[in-house]
Design a protein around this ligand. Structure first.
Ligand SMILES: C[S@@+](CC[C@H](N)C(=O)[O-])C[C@H]1O[C@@H](n2cnc3c(N)ncnc32)[C@H](O)[C@@H]1O
Length: 447
């Protein structure tokens, strides 16, 4: 549909918007923000195409280097690479390659900033159609083309996961399904699944409380959403709250004090509250005041309550009342290298230097929050990353320097996997989920 008139949207219009969004991502803007700038009627179609482009961008860039060794400027290059990403693999192309090429050239002709490049783009893309097989073959040995990730990312995975790096990259290039967490305090998973089934919505169980949809839907169409019976959350992220709370001792029957230190948008805060007693107290902290508003909105929909604070977890002197916590969840800011299935822009946005910078932030948060845990209490450190610098290496160093910290049985590094892969990787969490890292630390009681 046309954004304003309701008329059908031509493919060239969508490609125009895809190229503009890709140019934004290459400038460092997140895919979500780039898509927000697309008129809403165009957005679902443009998002689907953009995600496919981002999942094939390594190949497209290698092909573009064959066709035009000197890269064109930002926008023409974004349009050329978008067309190549969508058309190079005829078996998986969303449209017939000739159609894609014709429409990409049309997009160039109809975009003022691209008109001067239309003949050049036309020449490149026609040559691509004529010589596709040979050009593709010539890029087969290029690892970025093969895996559609930056070279530094591939090398880091090879070092961190010598056995599984290929399956991680394969999973990263798949689209993730829509996964829900059922609020089992209010309805059993089976009962909600039946309600969905009666509404014609197919789902499969995953983990303890999860349901994976056969096909993604708008949240408002999901029975139980408005009533707060379920929330969108990946199955790996659903492990946080039970891992932190199960087996946690209450001191002399007292209510628990729980800190969710990096809480927005509040997915894990809500899960903690679902599992806790109503008298227990949760402080949900986030440094970003706008994101704190989303915690409030999410909790309101679920009928749950926490004290939401916009504050810097690394500066407790500005928000802490001095009372120790029984449990702290530190879902630290990270590269998000584990959630590439859902955010295919992330791999192209990150720089290799980000890993060390984020690891330093995580280390500071861990060291700052640990003294706030009571003896016998627990801190769950997690990141949605598959890089060891943000997971195992971080925690090994922490435990090495803190003799009062004991690492309890934890999930460690979860590798992302799709349903089709899940039976093959038996040492991972079963079912479909993102990449994640979990380490549960207990503070030893003073002797
Ligand atoms: C991975 S997200 C948290 C996701 C959240 N736990 C959930 O499940 O919905 C990390 C969050 O940390 C916040 N953050 C980053 N640095 C922080 C700091 N120093 N103090 C508090 N929050 C911080 C970010 O604003 C971001 O919302």
């Amino acid at each position: 549909m046309n954004a304003s008139s309701g008329a059908p949207v031509a493919l060239w219009q969508q490609l125009q918007a895809v190229a503009q969004a890709l140019a934004q991502v290459r400038r460092g803007v997140s895919g979500t923000a780039a898509l927000d700038a697309v008129p809403s009627a165009l957005r679902p179609g443009v998002q689907a195409l953009l995600f496919q482009v981002l999942r094939q961008l390594g190949r497209a860039q290698a092909l573009r280097a064959q066709l035009a060794p000197r890269a064109p400027t930002l926008l023409p290059d974004a349009l050329l690479c978008s067309a190549l990403a969508l058309a190079w693999d005829a078996d998986h192309a969303p449209y017939e390659p000739h159609t894609l090429v014709n429409q990409a050239v049309e997009a160039a002709k109809k975009t003022r900033a691209l008109q001067g490049q239309a003949n050049f783009l036309n020449a490149c893309l026609r040559r691509f159609l004529r010589e596709r097989e040979a050009l593709v073959q010539a890029t087969d040995q290029d690892t970025q083309a093969q895996w559609n990730h930056p070279a530094w990312w591939i090398q880091r995975l090879q070092k961190d996961h010598p056995v599984h790096w290929q399956s991680i990259l394969q999973a990263n290039n798949q689209a993730a399904p829509m996964t829900w967490r059922v609020n089992t305090q209010r309805i059993s998973r089976e009962a909600l699944q039946l309600r969905w089934h009666e509404a014609g919505i197919a789902s499969e169980p995953v983990g303890e409380q999860g349901l994976v949809l056969g096909q993604a839907r708008a949240v408002r169409e999901i029975p139980g959403f408005d009533e707060g019976l379920c929330s969108v959350q990946d199955a790996a992220a659903q492990c946080a709250a039970p891992l932190l709370l199960s087996g946690l001792n209450r001191t002399q029957g007292k209510n628990l004090r729980v800190l969710d230190a990096c809480a927005a948008p509040g997915g894990k805060t809500a899960h903690l509250l679902e599992l806790l007693d109503p008298q227990d107290r949760v402080i949900a902290l986030d440094i970003d005041p706008l994101r704190c508003e989303r915690i409030g909105q999410n909790l309101q929909r679920m009928g749950l309550n926490a004290q939401v604070l916009a504050a810097d977890a690394a500066r407790p002197q500005t928000w802490w009342d001095g009372q120790l916590f029984d449990a702290v969840l530190l879902d630290a800011p990270c590269t998000a290298s584990g959630i590439v299935r859902r955010h295919p822009d992330v791999r192209w946005l990150r720089r290799e230097t980000d890993v060390a910078q984020l690891a330093a932030i995580q280390k500071n948060l861990l060291n700052t929050l640990w003294p706030l845990v009571r003896p016998g209490g627990r801190l769950l450190y997690c990141t949605c990353s598959v890089f060891k610098a943000e997971g195992d290496d971080q925690v090994k160093t922490f435990v090495g320097h803190n003799t009062d910290a004991q690492l309890l049985p934890s999930l460690g590094h979860l590798r992302p996997q799709t349903i089709a892969m899940s039976t093959a990787l038996t040492d991972n969490l079963s079912g479909d989920h993102d990449g994640f890292y979990y380490a549960l630390l207990e503070k030893k009681l003073a002797l």
